[in-house]
Design a protein around this ligand. Structure first.
Ligand SMILES: *[C@@H]1O[C@H](CO)[C@@H](O)[C@H](O)[C@H]1NC(C)=O
Ligand SMILES: *[C@@H]1O[C@H](CO)[C@@H](O)[C@H](O)[C@H]1NC(C)=O
Ligand SMILES: *[C@@H]1O[C@H](CO)[C@@H](O)[C@H](O)[C@H]1NC(C)=O
Ligand SMILES: *[C@@H]1O[C@H](CO)[C@@H](O)[C@H](O)[C@H]1NC(C)=O
Length: 381
C-alpha cells in the first residue's frame, strides 16, 4: 500500500520535473528542432481574423508632383546582373560590419541585446517566409502594401484577401495592426519568442530598401514640413520654430502657420537633427529621419537582399522572383522624376558648411554601409 503510494508520488514528481525541464529548455530545444526540420519554421498560431478596410483614395503625398524623385541615376559601379549586384551590396555590408575600425554605436551589439520594440520595423510574411525592414521615405508604403498582399493579412470590403497592392488603402498599409512584426511576434510568444525569432531570422528571406541618406532627409522634410501636416507641425515644427527661428509664439496649427506664410526651413531641420538636446529629450529620432542602420540593424541581421530606390524597378522585380511571388504580382510603378545632381546643392545652399559636415558625420554609417558616395561637393568650401 505504502509502496504503491510512494511510486505514485515519485511518478508525479518525475512528470513535474520533466515538464519543468521542457519549459526551461524549450528555447534551445525549439531552435534545434527547427534547425533540423528544414528551411521553414513551424506556423505560428493563427492570428485573429484580419480586419477589413474600406477602399480609400491615395493620400496627399502620392499626388505631389516630383514627390518620389531620386537624386542620382543608378550607380555606374553597380553590376547590372541582379545576383552580382546583390553579392556586391551584401559583401560590402559584411565587410564593414566585420571591420573593427568601423565602430559606430549600434554595430557591436548582439542580436539578443536588441529590445523587442526595435524589431517593430521588421514585417513578417509567414506564407512566403519573408521579412521586410521598412524604411520610411523609401517606397515603404508600396512595400507594406506588397507585404499585405503576400501575407494575406488584410481583407477588402468583399471579404477577400487583397490581390492588387494598389487596392490596399494607404492608411491600412501604415496601420501597425495590419502587419505582423518581429517585435510583436516576440511580445506575443513570451519565453518561446527568442528561439522563434532567431529561427525566422536564420531561414526567412530578409530584405530592405535604402536610398541616398541626404536625399532621404530632403524627402522627409518635404513631405512632413512643406505639406500641411498637423501632427508633425505640433510635434516637431513648433519646437523648431521656438528654438531655431526665434518664434516665441508659433501659430497653433499647421494650417494657420501656412496661412501666415511661416515654415520651418531646411536649415532649421538640419539644426534640429544636430542638436544634442533632440534625442536627449525626445528619445530616438522619428523614424522618417532615423538612420537606416538604427532602424534595420544590418550588422546583426544578415539581409539576403538590399534594394535601392535608385534602381527600384529592377530590384523589385528581382526580389519578387527571389520570393517566388512574381506570378501575377507586380510592384506598383511610382512617379519618377530623376533630377540632376545639382538640385541637392540647392537644398543645402542655405545650410552652413559646418552643419553639412556634422550632418554627414551623423549619417556616415548609412552612406558607407549602403555604398553611397560621400557628397564631396557639399562638404567643401
Ligand atoms: C522634378 O522635381 C524638381 C524638384 O522638386 C522640380 O523642380 C521639377 O520641376 C520636377 N520635374 C518634373 C518633370 O516634374
Ligand atoms: C576597415 O575600415 C578602415 C576605416 O574605415 C579602413 O581603412 C580599412 O581598410 C578597413 N579594413 C578592411 C579589412 O576592410
Ligand atoms: C488601425 O486598424 C485598427 C483595426 O482595424 C483600427 O481599430 C484602428 O483604429 C486603426 N488605427 C488607425 C490609426 O487608423
Ligand atoms: C529674437 O526676437 C527678438 C524680438 O523680436 C529680438 O529682439 C532678438 O534680437 C531676436 N534674436 C535673434 C537671435 O534673432
Amino acid at each position: 500500500m505504502a509502496q504503491a503510494r510512494l511510486l505514485r508520488v515519485s511518478l508525479a514528481l518525475g512528470c513535474l520535473l520533466v515538464g519543468l525541464l521542457i519549459v526551461l529548455y524549450w528555447d534551445r530545444v525549439g531552435t534545434l528542432r527547427l534547425a533540423l526540420a528544414g528551411p521553414r519554421p513551424p506556423a505560428v498560431p493563427a492570428s485573429p481574423t484580419p480586419p477589413a478596410f474600406p477602399d480609400a483614395p491615395a493620400g496627399p503625398e502620392e499626388s505631389v508632383r516630383g514627390y518620389d524623385w531620386t537624386a542620382r541615376g543608378p550607380d555606374p559601379q553597380d553590376p547590372e546582373d541582379p545576383a552580382a549586384r546583390q553579392a556586391a551590396r551584401r559583401g560590402r555590408l559584411r565587410a564593414l560590419c566585420a571591420n573593427t575600425s568601423f565602430a559606430f554605436a549600434a554595430t557591436r551589439r548582439a542580436l539578443d541585446d536588441i529590445p523587442s520594440r526595435e524589431l517593430d520595423h521588421l514585417i513578417v510574411d509567414e506564407r512566403h517566409g519573408a521579412i521586410y525592414c521598412y524604411v520610411p521615405k523609401v517606397a515603404c508604403t508600396n512595400w507594406k502594401r506588397v507585404m499585405i498582399v503576400l501575407s494575406q493579412s488584410l481583407r477588402d470590403r468583399a471579404g477577400a484577401p487583397f490581390r492588387d497592392p494598389l487596392a490596399v488603402p494607404r492608411e491600412a498599409a501604415h496601420n501597425a495592426s495590419s502587419h505582423l512584426t518581429l517585435g510583436r511576434f516576440w511580445r506575443r510568444h513570451g519565453r518561446l519568442a527568442r528561439g522563434l525569432v532567431r529561427a525566422r531570422l536564420q531561414t526567412y528571406t530578409k530584405f530592405l530598401f535604402v536610398r541616398d541618406p541626404f536625399v532621404r532627409l530632403i524627402s522627409a522634410f518635404r513631405s512632413k514640413f512643406q505639406l500641411e501636416n498637423e501632427e508633425f507641425y505640433r510635434r516637431f515644427a513648433v519646437p523648431m520654430l521656438r528654438l531655431y527661428a526665434n518664434r516665441t509664439r508659433p501659430p497653433a496649427s499647421a494650417h494657420e502657420a501656412a496661412r501666415a506664410g511661416l515654415h520651418v526651413s531646411f536649415a532649421n531641420f538640419v539644426q534640429y537633427l544636430l542638436d544634442p538636446r533632440t534625442e536627449a529629450r525626445g528619445g530616438p529620432f522619428n523614424e522618417h529621419w532615423r538612420q537606416v542602420h538604427r532602424l534595420c540593424h544590418p550588422c546583426q541581421i544578415d539581409y539576403d537582399f538590399v534594394g535601392k530606390l535608385e534602381t527600384l524597378e529592377q530590384d523589385a522585380a528581382a526580389l519578387l522572383r527571389l520570393l517566388k511571388a512574381d506570378a501575377g504580382l507586380r510592384f506598383p510603378p511610382s512617379y519618377r522624376n530623376r533630377t540632376a545632381r545639382s538640385w541637392e546643392q540647392g537644398w543645402f545652399a542655405q545650410v552652413p558648411l559646418a552643419w553639412r559636415r556634422q550632418l554627414y558625420q551623423l549619417y556616415e554609417p548609412d552612406f558607407l554601409l549602403f555604398g553611397y558616395p560621400k557628397p564631396e561637393s557639399l562638404l567643401r568650401d
